[in-house]
Design a protein. Sequence first.
Length: 98
Amino acid sequence: MHDSPAIDMLEGRDDIAVLWDVRVHPDARGRGVGRALIQRVEEWAEARACSELKVETQNVNMPACRFYERCGFELRHAVAGAYPELPDEVMFLWYKRI
């Protein structure tokens, strides 16, 4: 998502793209599919003059956290209480310069 003023995750910026979700079927994991998806999203965002890619995950999804870190994302924000219906989960916001 990019250049959508109604989307809070964009922080009011026009140089950021938000990746909502990356899911790879368990049978295809470990084959570079996720990394290829990230690379394609980076290309898409860069073509739209974005300088940064942002993604959200939660503290309970450690495989995703490790994946984003391996792909060069930096964890910048941890937001406790972001999910009132899930009080034990913490929102993690990851960023990557592109």
